[in-house]
Design a protein around this ligand. Structure first.
Ligand code: NAD
Length: 260
């Protein structure tokens, strides 16, 4: 099945991994809907850069904590693009704190953005995918969907949850030519990771340099950060015909972290 001309919704794609996946998809001729927060001028520049790759690129600023805005994003995609072929649930945030000091409003936001938003995109995408007889759902989980680290209770909970969601949806749509998988990245040096370095240093009482070398890359056996290009390539593989029978599972792109 040619990917050229298909339409992908990528949540949280104004930055980091989501933007990298949007660029990878656009490079393969896939029309993209980008989403996320940021400076409107910068987002417009990113959108125009994607269109320069020869695809249709639109932006919708839906807040992933708001189900009605997510519904509107999916409906607008159908109106502007005519189909929803690929959904990449990528938007995510992080807070690092011991559980007894974890701000309850941050817990709620992480569960909403990193987990429940995928329910809202998927429930709106599946009828369109069933109608057209093809679909790919890719959930950007994390190595923290498979194993835990201290001080990340909400994040680890949400990412484990999204793996369970992935398996369930895969079974529900298995006969509809729709696959649903998760990608579990190790550490990628995006703004999300850069922002948690000072908090982790404070929570553990160590320097920021020690956080990079001794915490972030401690479990990454390759001693290399994962790149957004590698994750875009993995997402495109999951959209390819070779991956037609890969569903309800995850691909770890984590430098060996979860093998140990
Ligand atoms: P990032 O901070 O660079 O990008 C996050 C994106 O989500 C941004 O576009 C931001 O605007 C958007 N976003 C945040 N809150 C939103 C909301 N309420 N509504 C809509 N959009 C919102 O982060 P990243 O590192 O690129 O992370 C992307 C995904 O990859 C996340 O789900 C994250 O958990 C996961 N991940 C990241 C790493 C890593 O090391 N960076 C590792 C494993 C998994």
């Amino acid at each position: 099945m040619a990917l050229k001309g298909k339409t992908a919704v990528i949540t949280g794609s104004t930055s980091g991994i989501g933007l990298g996946i949007a660029q990878g998809m656009a490079n393969s001729g896939i029309n993209v809907v980008i989403n996320g927060f940021g400076d409107p001028e910068q987002i417009e520049q990113e959108r125009m850069a994607l269109e320069k790759l020869g695809v249709k690129a639109t932006y919708n600023g839906a807040d992933m904590t708001k189900p009605e805005e997510i519904e509107a994003l999916m409906e607008e995609t159908l109106t502007l693009h005519g189909s929803i072929d690929i959904v990449v649930n990528n938007a995510g945030i992080q807070t690092v704190a011991p559980v007894d000091e974890f701000p309850p409003e941050k817990w709620d936001a992480i569960i909403a953005i990193n987990m429940s938003s995928s329910f809202h995109t998927v429930r709106k995408a599946i009828p369109a995918m069933k109608k057209q007889g093809w679909g790919r759902i890719i959930n950007i989980a994390s190595a923290h969907g498979l194993v835990a680290s201290p001080f990340k209770s909400a994040y680890v909970t949400a990412k484990h949850g999204i793996i369970g969601f992935t398996k369930t949806i895969a079974l529900e749509v298995a006969r509809d030519n729709i696959t649903c998988n998760a990608i579990c990245p190790g550490y990628v040096l995006t703004p999300l990771v850069a922002k948690q370095i000072p908090d982790t240093a404070q929570a553990r009482g160590i320097t920021e340099e020690q956080v990079k070398n001794d915490v972030l890359l401690a479990a990454q056996w390759t001693k290399k950060f994962v790149t957004v290009e590698q994750l875009a390539g993995t997402a495109l593989f999951l959209c390819s015909d070779s991956a037609e029978n890969i569903t309800g599972t995850h691909i770890a792109v984590d430098g060996g972290w979860t093998a140990a």
